[in-house]
Design a protein around this ligand. Structure first.
Ligand SMILES: N[C@@H](CCC(=O)N[C@@H](CS)C(=O)NCC(=O)O)C(=O)O
Length: 219
C-alpha cells in the first residue's frame, strides 16, 4: 500500500500530482493522508516519530517511510517506469533532476524566508527586511522557472505532466503570498493554467481545494 502525507497547497503537491499521474497510467492507487499544518498535526509525537523533520510530504510504502521530495519522485519514477515521470536517457534525466533539486533546495527555501521570516530573524524590523529581500530573490527564481517552462509543449517533458509541472504550479501559487502577481509572468501563468487542466493534476488540485488565487493586490 502507498500512502502520502500531504498538506493543501504545500510542496507535497509535487508527489501528490505524481501519484495521480501514476494512478492514471497504471491503475495503482494510493491513500491520501491529510496533515493540517495550521493545527500542528506535523508536530505531534506520532508524526515526529515518522518524520523527525516535522514536514510534509511523507511517502509510506508498505509501512516503510520515505521523506524528501526529490527522493520520493525518484522512487515513484523507478517503481512505475511505465508512467514516464522522468526522462530515461542518462543526460536528460540528470538535467531533469538538476532542475527538480534546484526548485527544492533554492527556490523553495527562498520562499520559506518570505512566508516564515520569524524563523530567520528576531526583531520585527529584521523580519521585514528578510521578507523583502527574499521576495525579490524569489521573483528571480520564478523568472528562471518561466524561462525553463518556455519550452513546455504542452508540459515540461512534452505530452504528459510530471513533477516539474506540479512544482512550477506550486511555486507560482506561492508567489502570490510574496506579492508577485502571476499576470506579471504571463507565459509562466499561461503554462500553469494549462498544467492545472491536465486530468491527474486537476484531481490533486480538487482534493487539496487549491487554485491559483493567492495574489491579492495591495489596497
Ligand atoms: N526538503 C523538504 C522540504 C519539505 C517542506 O519544506 N515541507 C513544508 C511544506 S512546503 C512543511 O512541511 N513545513 C512545515 C514546517 O516546517 O513546520 C522536502 O523536499 O520534502
Amino acid at each position: 500500500m502507498i500512502e502520502l502525507y500531504f498538506a493543501p497547497g504545500a510542496c507535497s503537491f509535487v508527489p501528490h500530482a505524481g501519484l495521480e499521474i501514476v494512478q492514471a497510467a497504471t491503475g495503482e492507487s494510493f491513500e491520501p493522508r491529510l496533515v493540517k499544518l495550521h493545527r500542528g498535526e506535523n508536530r505531534t509525537p506520532e508524526y515526529l516519530a515518522m518524520n523527525p523533520n516535522g514536514q510534509v510530504p511523507v511517502l509510506v510504502v508498505d509501512g516503510k517511510v520515505l521523506t524528501q521530495i526529490v527522493a520520493i519522485c525518484d522512487y515513484l519514477d523507478r517503481r512505475f517506469p511505465q508512467a514516464g515521470l522522468l526522462p530515461t536517457e542518462s543526460w536528460a534525466r540528470a538535467q531533469a533532476l538538476s532542475q527538480l533539486v534546484w526548485m527544492n533546495n533554492t527556490a523553495h527555501p527562498t520562499f520559506n524566508q518570505v512566508f516564515m521570516p520569524d524563523r530567520y530573524a528576531e526583531s520585527e524590523a529584521a523580519r521585514a527586511e528578510v521578507r523583502a529581500n527574499a521576495a525579490a530573490r524569489y521573483r528571480a527564481c520564478l523568472e528562471r522557472v518561466q524561462d525553463w517552462a518556455a519550452g513546455a509543449a504542452p508540459y515540461w517533458f512534452g505530452a504528459q505532466p510530471s513533477f516539474h509541472d506540479a512544482y512550477a504550479f506550486t511555486l507560482l501559487r506561492w508567489g502570490g503570498f510574496a506579492g508577485i502577481d502571476p499576470a506579471s509572468l504571463p507565459s509562466y501563468r499561461a503554462y500553469v493554467e494549462r498544467v492545472m487542466q491536465a486530468a491527474p493534476v486537476a484531481a490533486a488540485l480538487a482534493r487539496e481545494r487549491v487554485k491559483l488565487d493567492t495574489y491579492k493586490p495591495a489596497a
